[in-house]
Design a protein around this ligand. Structure first.
Ligand SMILES: Cc1ncc(COP(=O)(O)O)c(C=O)c1O
Length: 443
């Protein structure tokens, strides 16, 4: 292509570029739960940006903290020098996590956090003289970002297809999804805890526990379209990991910092993993920030060797960037001062009722929800899985709602500061989009 219309150069991530560039969907500004397009049209933010803007856009406290930070200390690396913001943030995050998960490695994204957790697991076993533990157990339909570690452990075939075999050694549990019993369940399905038994009965039986570095799951599988863990499933995973001495990692990039009405899903489900991976909501999306919260014993086991040598040869130029830390600290203040966890809990039931009302919309085959996260699955068009979802996403934008469509499932994950009326309005607009895609007669 030789011409450049002004939008050709930017190669957009996770986007059908050619289609987008024929019909661009642009936003130009945002505040609270609303985006605005360049010509001033309002779009309700039904996905909290990309699952990250829990406190609403342009939160004054977060903006002020970042403005002050950039004028005080714009950049300092954390390689062999430090700055107070990173230490304070790690301290505060550790204090919010379950007991003994209080060592925090900071990065800039969920993908970096997943790959860091993978390396921490490998380094831990090596330091214990068990370097043969190199197999990772993920789950079908899991998403752990886009690094090579994350796509290996993740269970999204489309995210691996083009990238050959440069993968970690992995095996995958089956997804916790059972359409026969879960299609319209509100909250956690009653049955399905036994899906976890596959870890013992097939995976450990096949590979032997002594070769497994960790079991790596999202407590609620978000990106694939919100699959809620059956009651008892995560506890059962923990029991099996304990019995065989395996590390359990929760990828809480979506669930961390409030989405389920608790600081972490670990607390919501009362299951303590050995590491928690986080990103997204910690900075309210205002700056790139993620990390890994590590059980103290794992950290301590790696703190060995000559004292002048870095114990863990890993990190990023912007790990613990001052601006990101300022955003993170301000977000923690906002979560506390504005009682955002309580707000999520008080909205959760009306959110649940509202999203389940979409069961009567044409071609809806499943509605799943927990906290302020829901997936509304549509029956696909006959010719191509995912085409109806994409059409519904575009139709939603046209009628003023930002949603996402992994495959044919529409996501609703509103900011924690949404009002009940705003949630009803989001659901109403989603219904129009669903009806629009049914009315096109392709079902
Ligand atoms: C569970 C989970 N892990 C990891 C990631 C990757 O995060 P990032 O896009 O910040 O790299 C995501 C992103 O959606 C996610 O949902």
């Amino acid at each position: 292509m030789t011409t450049n219309s002004g939008i050709d150069a930017f190669w957009m991530p996770f986007t059908p570029n050619r289609q987008f560039k024929t019909t661009p969907r642009m936003v130009a500004s945002a505040s609270g739960v609303r985006y605005r397009t360049p010509n001033g049209r309002e779009i309700l933010d039904g996905t909290s940006g990309l699952w990250c803007v829990g406190a609403g856009h342009a939160h004054p406290k977060i903006s002020a903290a970042m403005k002050q930070q950039i004028d005080t200390l714009d950049f300092a690396s954390n390689f062999q020098v430090g700055h107070p913001g990173a230490f304070e943030l790690a301290e505060r995050i550790g204090a919010l996590a379950p007991p003994r998960l209080d060592r925090v490695f900071l990065v800039n994204s969920g993908s970096e956090a997943c790959d860091s957790a993978i390396k921490i697991a490998l380094a831990y076993w090596r330091s214990r003289g068990e370097g043969q533990r190199q197999l990772f157990v993920g789950r079908e339909r899991g998403f752990h970002g886009v690094g090579f570690g994350g796509i290996s452990i993740g269970g999204m075939q489309a995210n691996r297809r083009a990238f050959g075999n440069a993968m970690l050694r992995t095996d995958h549990l089956r997804a916790t999804w059972d359409p026969a019993t879960q299609a319209f369940v509100k909250g956690q399905p009653e049955s399905g805890a036994d899906f976890a038994d596959e870890l013992e009965q097939r995976i450990i039986a096949l590979h032997d526990a002594s070769n497994i570095a960790s079991v790596f799951v999202e407590p609620v599988a978000g990106s694939t379209g919100v699959l809620v863990p059956p009651k008892g499933y995560l506890k059962r995973l923990r029991e099996i990991c304990d019995h065989y001495g395996l590390l359990l990692v929760f990828d809480e990039v979506i669930t961390g910092f409030g989405r389920l009405g608790s600081m972490f899903a670990a607390q919501a489900f009362d299951v303590v993993p050995d590491m928690i991976v986080f990103a997204k909501t910690i900075s309210n999306g205002a700056a790139p920030l993620g990390g890994v919260i590590v059980r103290r014993e794992i950290h301590d086991a790696i703190m060995r060797g000559p004292t002048h040598v870095a114990e863990f040869m890993h990190g990023y130029t912007c790990s613990g960037h001052p601006l990101s830390c300022a955003a993170g600290l301000a977000m923690l203040d906002v979560i506390e001062e504005e009682k955002l966890l309580d707000r999520v809990n008080s909205l959760a039931t009306s959110f649940q009722d509202a999203v389940h009302s979409l069961a009567s919309a044409p071609g809806v085959v499943s509605v799943r929800n927990i906290g302020l996260a829901a997936g509304v699955e549509l029956s696909p068009y006959t010719d191509a899985v995912g085409r109806r979802g994409a059409a519904a996403q575009a139709a939603a934008f046209d009628c003023g709602l930002l949603t996402r469509a992994p495959g044919d499932t529409l996501i609703l994950a509103p900011p924690f500061v949404s009002t009940t009326e705003e949630i009803h309005e989001m659901v109403a607009r989603m219904r129009v989009a669903i009806e629009h895609t049914a009315a096109s007669g392709e079902l």
